[in-house]
Structure formats: structure tokens, C-alpha cells
Design a protein around this ligand. Sequence first.
Ligand SMILES: O=C1O[C@H](COP(=O)(O)O)[C@@H](O)[C@H](O)[C@H]1O
Length: 237
Amino acid sequence: MSPLLNVTTHSFTDCQAQAAALAERIAGGLREALDQRGSAVLAVSGGSTPKALFDRLSREPLDWSRVHITLVDERWVPDTDERSNARLVKARLLQNAAAAAQFVPLYTGAESPEAGLAEANARIDALPRPFDAVVLGMGDDGHTASFFPGGDHLAEALDLDGQTRVLPMRAPGAGEPRITLSLPALLETRALYLLVTGATKRDVLADARLGLGAAQHYPVRSVLSQTRAPLSVYWCP
Ligand SMILES: O=C1O[C@H](COP(=O)(O)O)[C@@H](O)[C@H](O)[C@H]1O
């Protein structure tokens, strides 16, 4: 199969419609998981893009008490910091019906992601697998999760044969030190979504698909070109 045949793009003219459609689709997958296996796991991104999605998803009627929610990546800051992805999840997703969900943070309170790595890995290893849904975002520099261009553990994180599900990441464009699920950990999912908004990110994604010039190094290419998990891109202006 040609790798890009593994990617389906859903384009919306309205970002509320995008958020509603993806929330409904994720909720459907979680309900199916609850019916068939009794529990469900959802891994989400942070940043600014998923706010509308989280607002919608938090109102979806399902038994959230049997859903584990974790992060695909985290900035190594406490959840009192406005840069914390956990803070965003608590403020926008763990609300309404979804307040009953069981949150599994990546930040452990240790001094550094390296010092907190064993605990973070243990938390992720303890979750049922495969995950039921993974929601990725993308930065203007072509990063996804905390797979940053020039990242100190990038090659390890993108290694499809890698055994460690959680890795630290430091990179020039990352701001603070990070922790991230690895590519193979993210691809072990029943549903994989990439949420993208705005013309700049649309163009970054188009460049990443072509892989020309600087775009050949965009880490998001690792998600576009893999064949383990079909990828659904949700885009709005
Ligand atoms: O640093 C991060 O950035 C990406 C993209 O964030 P956005 O603000 O452009 O939506 C995000 O997906 C990732 O989880 C986060 O840690």
C-alpha cells in the first residue's frame, strides 16, 4: 500500500463543525470499547488546537468513569503552569460528563523528565492496549506529540521497533524539556486522528506530505508515512 493511502482528510469550513464531528466520532469509538471491553483509553494532545474539541467531547454522553484519559506528550511543568498540557485537559476535557474520567498524567513531579521517566512509563504500561483513540496535533515547525526537529531523543522516539513507550525530549524549538509517547506507542491504537487548524498548518501539512526541502525533516511525516494505523486528518480554517 502506498503510505499516503493510509491518510484520509476531512475538511470543514467551520471549526465548530470540525470539533463536533470529531467529538462524535471519538465518542462513538469509546462507547464501542465500553460495550465490548468494559473500559476505554483515549490519549490526547495539548497545545491550543484541541480546546473546541475538548469542550464538545466533554459533553458526550457515555460512561466516562470507565474511560482512562492520558496525554500524547507533556511539557515538564506542574499542572499549575499555563504551559501544562494536563492543565488544559483538566480545564477543558475533564469537565461536564467527562469529569468522571480517570486521568493519567505524564508529569510526575520529578525534577526532570529523565528523573520521572520510569514512573511515566509505568503509568502508560499499566493502561489497556491498544488505545481506543489517539488525537495528535501539529506545530508550525512540523512537530507532532513532542517529536521536535532536532530533538535529542527523536530517532529513538520514531523507531518503530523501539520498546520504550515514553521518552524524554529536549529540542531547540520545544521551550521546556518534554516527555512524549513514542511513535510505536501512539500507533498502537484503534483510531488515530490528527487535528489541524488554519492556513499555515494546512500548508505545513501539505509540505510534509511532499517532503521537499526543509519539510523532509518534519517529524509529522513519520505519522503520515506509517502503515500501522490509518490516519484521519481533521482540518478547518
Ligand atoms: O507543544 C505542543 O504543541 C503541539 C501543537 O500545539 P498547538 O498549540 O499548535 O495546537 C501539541 O499537539 C502538543 O501536544 C504540545 O505539547
